[in-house]
Design a protein around this ligand. Sequence first.
Ligand SMILES: Nc1ncnc2c1ncn2[C@@H]1O[C@H](COP(=O)(O)OP(=O)(O)OP(=O)(O)O)[C@@H](O)[C@H]1O
Ligand code: SF4
Ligand SMILES: [Mg+2]
Length: 372
Amino acid sequence: MAEMNAPGGEPILRVRGLVKYYPLTQGILFRKQVGAVKAVDGVDFDLGAGETLGIVGESGCGKSTVARMLVNLERPTAGEIRYKGEDITRLSGRALKAVRRNIQMVFQDPYTSLNPRMTVGDIIGEPYEIHPEVAPKGDRRRQVQDLLDVVGLNPEYINRYPHQFSGGQRQRIGIARGLALRPEIIVADEPVSALDVSVQAQVINLMDRLQSEFHLSYVFIAHDLSIVRHISDRVGVMYLGRIVETGRDAEIYDHPTHPYTQALLSAVPVPDPEAREHRERIILYGDVPSPAHVPSGCRFRTRCWKARERCALEVPLLAVPAEFRYESGPAAHDSACHFAEEKQVVPQEEPPAQPPAEPPEEQPEKRPGAPE
Ligand SMILES: Nc1ncnc2c1ncn2[C@@H]1O[C@H](COP(=O)(O)OP(=O)(O)OP(=O)(O)O)[C@@H](O)[C@H]1O
Ligand code: SF4
Ligand SMILES: [Mg+2]
């Protein structure tokens, strides 16, 4: 079946048949629906407690739309999101508020997602206005200072403004805000994409540490497979509103079977020069089709070098391909391709070195006239 099974036990989050269509309308006086943007078109996955699920795909494939539905910023057109067994897409009022507290989001752009006119203390403590039960008024300042400390920022910065911080520090503030209500799940929508490469590793290391400290489960979204590699337990590769291949990280990186994943992997930066020389480059031609005009059959067929007649006629299911069904090897994972074949695109690396220790905290940028 088209699903990503969380190892062991009931998943903390179970997503089935998730769909989001945005209506396309025409006419000024009498608006008529003439089609739909199929931003998310049938997504299934499980998230196990304490697990990190990486979701990867090119721009416009529906990653942020999935994220917004998970945290209830948008209602799905169809499908279920079950949190500990309960379908949260049908909740409202107090029940919805209680669930929302447990599923928080960290946004992509730390430059625009923080209100420039609010102090860091007000930004991080804002969720307490909606959930005063988590931190009574008299205790909020201390709680915010604790959170600053937890994300590696000086608690004395509580009265400063976002522009006084570097990009990496601002994302730490975004993470502290995400943690304020002590959620169980964090949906991080490209949390490091807007940061310099050197700072990306620091923020990922921080998220890794916070995961163990606060027993968090992550849905970690990125457009590049290399970013999620060291933080994800499992990965789902998205194309045009659907997950096309899923598996444990080693299955996806070292034994991909879907042509799209293989193409994405052929483009990831490889640090080892020898491995880089031996990797196979697969060039994807053409643009991603519009989600308002999804190709028939396999939605990847207009860019797939292996496409044949069957690909235009039959939608490939996300399942373990028939030829791998009776083996337990790494190729036996879900792949939505009629002609799935194992292909090692990048020569296997040596086991990764330990991630670098977190360097000392960056100093906030001093701007003339900035408030202290
Ligand atoms: N409110 C909306 N109305 C109409 N179309 C929308 C709306 N929001 C998103 N879309 C469309 O849905 C598709 C998926 O968008 P989404 O933002 O989820 O993609 P994404 O994978 O997050 O892309 P990116 O990597 O650029 O952030 C895109 O084609 C987008 O234009
Ligand atoms: S089903 Fe056909 S078009 Fe789709 S990925 Fe497989 S080979 Fe390519
Ligand atoms: Mg996005």
